[in-house]
Structures are given as C-alpha cells and as structure tokens.
Design a protein. Sequence first.
Length: 107
Amino acid sequence: MSTSRTSELNKVKKETQQFSSEIGVLKGRQGELEKTVKTMSAQNQKLTEENKVLWNELTKSKEKYEKKMEKMMLFICSMVQNGDGKIPIDSFMAKRALPNSGREYIF
C-alpha cells in the first residue's frame, strides 16, 4: 500500500471514530431529553388533574354561594313586602321609637 492510501485510511478511521463518539454523545443527550419529557408529561398530567379538582370545587362553591344569595334575597323581599304595604322594619322600629321624637329609635 502506498503511504497516501494509508494516511487516507487513517484519516477516514479517525473521522469514523469521531462520528461514532459524537453519535454516542447525541444518544446520551437524547436519553436525557426523553427522561425530561417523560417527567414533564407526568407533572403536566398531575397538574391537569389537580386543576380539574380545583375547578370542580370552585364551581360547587359558586353554586352554594348563589343559592345562599338567592335565599337571602327571597328572605329580604319577603321582609320588605309583608302585604299591608308597610315595611316590617319600620313597623318594628316605630314601636320602639321615643314618643314625640319622629323616627329616632332606641334599643
């Protein structure tokens, strides 16, 4: 074999080893990235499930709040409209007012 052929083969061998080494590094990085993606995917799934639970709790709380507000409004309306045209609180307070004092209330 000629010297140029031998040096050329050595050069190709060296480049092949270099590529092989680089491929090994890339495979290692790929493995790390796959682990990271798997971890992030699991975390995302867990967060999604927690988010669903929180939204359900929020929806239930909102519904309870709306029901309480509706009951309170119905109660207030029933207190304001007692059928004789008088506002019940005025009737109650008028009984407790001092004589000749207008609308001053005592408790």
